[in-house]
Design a protein around this ligand. Structure first.
Ligand code: GRF
Length: 211
């Protein structure tokens, strides 16, 4: 399973995937694409000996031409699975369709709650007791594809947006490698738009509760 990771920033989720023994699950990260030349994630990839490509979105006339170039790079690497890990660009519907069922994202909330940004602050404002992260298939609608798995934590009375961000990040580093391993083992699939996990049709994501 040849995997490409798309990044824009720090890349701690990329690091968690690099630190996972994906080879044991027939997986390999073959390339990292960043739309930002200064993304620290690029250094992480280079240190791990992974090929990188920098595609600066401002260099392209429009979203479509940027996505076409990215698609060409993915084909060049012969990629089977695209993993979005802090990639801060909205993708065109055409690109998403080309990678339908073969592209994952991680989002810092218990989807469908809190799509978009500032999730931790919004959880506190609402007063939710539970928060976490979701790994989902990517569809053209933002943060709306089939949710595969969620890491769940309890919001404490002393939590702030910053502490929640740190705690959710730690969950992400456990959850994302797990789901990528499942994918590598053919344990996660979209079949006719329906989510299958471990050969079971899923109406809800698999949930893990962490302290
Ligand atoms: C994570 O919080 C993830 O949920 C969101 O972007 C952030 C990426 O963090 N999609 P990092 O670059 O992997 O550290």
């Amino acid at each position: 399973m040849r995997i490409a990771v798309l990044v824009s920033g720090n890349g701690s989720n990329l690091q968690a995937l690099i630190d996972t023994d994906l080879a044991q699950y027939n997986g390999q990260i073959v390339g990292v694409i960043s739309n930002r030349p200064d993304a620290y994630a690029l250094q992480r990839a280079q240190q791990a000996g992974i090929a990188t490509a920098i595609l600066v979105h401002q260099d392209f006339a429009d979203r479509a031409s940027f996505d076409e170039k990215m698609h060409a790079q993915l084909l060049h690497w012969n990629v089977d699975l695209v993993v979005l890990a802090g990639f801060m660009r909205i993708l065109t519907a055409d690109f998403v369709q080309l990678w339908r069922g073969r592209m994952l994202n991680i989002h810092p909330s218990l989807l469908p709650a809190y799509k978009g940004t500032h999730t931790h602050r919004r959880v506190l404002t609402t007063g939710d007791r539970l928060h976490g992260c979701t790994v989902h298939f990517v569809t053209a609608e933002l943060d709306a594809g089939a949710a595969i798995a969620q890491g769940v934590l309890q919001v404490g009375p002393h939590d702030t947006a910053d502490t929640l961000a740190q705690r959710v990040h730690l969950l992400e580093h456990r959850l994302y490698p797990l789901v990528v391993k499942w994918y590598c083992q053919n344990q996660v699939r979209l079949v006719d738009g329906q989510l299958m996990v471990h050969q079971q049709l899923m109406q809800q994501p698999v949930r893990y509760f962490y302290d």
